[in-house]
Design a protein around this ligand. Structure first.
Ligand SMILES: NC(=O)c1ccc[n+]([C@@H]2O[C@H](COP(=O)([O-])OP(=O)(O)OC[C@H]3O[C@@H](n4cnc5c(N)ncnc54)[C@H](O)[C@@H]3O)[C@@H](O)[C@H]2O)c1
Length: 443
């Protein structure tokens, strides 16, 4: 009875917008999520360890392309959002949503350092009645096996003194049709009460909440979504190479196959996989599967094919230059698009970076242009030290080849083809270009 009353009280506090939500990690996932809660009138405290980000946000400057400065400023002004480095404030919030990175180590194993350190900090400040939800993508078992034991170092018991859930983030940066609020939210709780609390919170801001029976089911659902994409993209990437040899255009084939009104969903080939999710998350499952003595063959095979794609693009570039009497060594190549996909400013795992390195290794002189990435920054495995070159008729004509790696919508592809000597198109971005077809090589 007491429990029922507590749940009702929680629901009422959410309805009355009396709860405060803490979001740990203000990146591509955490910031849009903060915008949803704060935009709905629920107070948000955003926690991050990056001082530059926190200062920028508190000064009303967004740190990602998908969230506007004006939106941040409005929320700051209304007192509905603030960013902080002070983890002590965690004890003042009612729910803590963890949105920190989950990358791979250099041995391609789950790198849990950010999840672990977040949970350690939360444990220090945890108080009775709080709800803690992990949103970062991870293998099934993470919430129960990694998160709960650390949180319980607080002396409080999960499921009794505080509530725990897993709710995967399905954010799709750059997607104009769906944003955080309109993407159904899967939720799994440690106990049924944990589930109820977490669902009630998300229902305040998300159009559809999908409860599942456990944290593990929710964790697995997210990984399945990403494995599905990774495997299907690998399949079309492999077919692209085959059809190219057969003189068939994969893009035309996909367009035709997509006319089937059922049983087929189009996936598109590209220069390789990019982003924080698809190239990484499936390997979280591969790692976990070893504990059960099972290989994840589809994932491994897809990984093998997808990681070969930049090499394929380089060999097509080499071939195209060769046909024009040029060697790749000494050639000037301009990469268009550094981001991992169109219309975003995120370069993590971007195949463009791999392309630049491969082309440079072979002696090419490489530059890039990306309207959203003015210069490169040091990453864990790369440090290109490059600045985006401004596009002009004169500069385009100076390159032996222009390689379209990311098909940003803002590019004028007619103009690019008209003014370039050779265009290597990995995205079918030039499909609508009316003239200059002989200069275009699909790769
Ligand atoms: N980017 C996407 O499109 C996307 C989509 C769905 C799911 N995800 C998943 O969401 C999670 C977050 O990804 P992201 O793209 O937002 O990452 P991100 O790198 O953009 O943001 C993570 C933020 O967490 C901060 N951080 C790191 N350690 C911290 C700590 N101990 N305390 C507080 N803040 C800390 C970082 O400074 C950074 O600002 C990952 O698990 C990712 O796989 C990402």
């Amino acid at each position: 009875m007491l429990q029922v009353k507590a749940v009702k009280r929680w629901d009422k506090r959410i309805k009355d917008k009396e709860v405060t939500v803490g979001i740990l990690g203000l990146g591509y996932v955490g910031l849009p999520l903060a915008r949803e809660f704060a935009g709905a009138g629920i107070k948000v405290v955003g926690f991050d360890v990056d001082e530059v980000k926190v200062q920028a946000l508190n000064a009303g400057r967004s740190i990602i392309k998908g969230v506007l400065d004006s939106e941040i400023r409005t929320l700051l002004k209304k007192g509905l959002f603030k960013a902080t480095l002070q983890m002590g404030l965690l004890k003042r919030v009612d729910a803590i949503l963890i949105c920190v990175p989950t990358p791979l180590t250099k041995y391609r194993e789950p790198d849990m350092q950010f999840v672990v350190s977040s949970c350690q900090v939360i444990a220090k400040h945890l108080r009775k009645g709080q709800l803690v939800v992990l949103e970062s993508t991870s293998y099934p078992g993470t919430t129960r096996e990694v998160m709960v034991p650390i949180l319980e170092q607080s002396g409080l018991k999960a499921g009794q003194d505080f509530h725990v859930a897993y709710s995967p983030e399905r954010e799709d940066p750059g997607n104009k049709e769906y944003r955080t609020r309109s993407i159904p939210k899967i939720v799994g709780g440690l106990t049924s009460k944990c589930l109820k609390r977490a669902c009630a919170l998300y229902e305040a801001v998300i159009v559809e909440v999908v409860p599942v029976s456990s944290c593990e089911a929710a964790e697995a659902a997210k990984i399945v979504e990403n494995v599905y994409r990774c495997v299907n993209i690998a399949m079309v990437n492999e077919l692209k190479i085959l059809f190219d040899r057969m003189g068939i255009d994969i893009w035309e084939v996909i367009r035709a196959a997509s006319t089937k009104p059922f049983g087929y969903q189009p996936f598109y080939p590209g220069p390789g996989l990019g982003g924080h999710c698809i190239p990484i998350d499936p390997f979280y499952l591969t790692w976990k599967a070893r504990q059960y003595n099972l290989p994840t063959r589809f994932i491994e095979l897809a990984g093998e094919i997808n990681t070969q794609m930049p090499h394929y693009v380089v060999s097509k570039t080499m071939e195209a230059l060769n046909q024009r009497g040029k060697s790749l060594k000494g050639s000037k190549i301009l990469i268009l698009g550094l981001a991992y996909k169109k219309d975003v400013d995120d370069v993590r795992e971007s195949p463009s970076i791999e392309l630049i390195e491969l082309l440079r290794d072979k002696g090419a002189k490489v530059d890039y242009n990306d309207p959203y990435i003015r210069q490169t920054h040091k990453q864990r495995e790369h440090n290109l030290r490059m600045r985006s070159k401004s596009l002009s008729v004169k500069m385009l004509s100076e390159y032996d080849a222009v390689l379209i790696s990311t098909d940003h919508s803002s590019y004028d592809y007619d103009w690019i083809v008209r003014n370039s000597k050779l265009v290597i198109d990995t995205r079918n971005a030039t499909a609508q270009v009316r003239s200059g077809g002989r200069k275009i090589v699909k790769a």
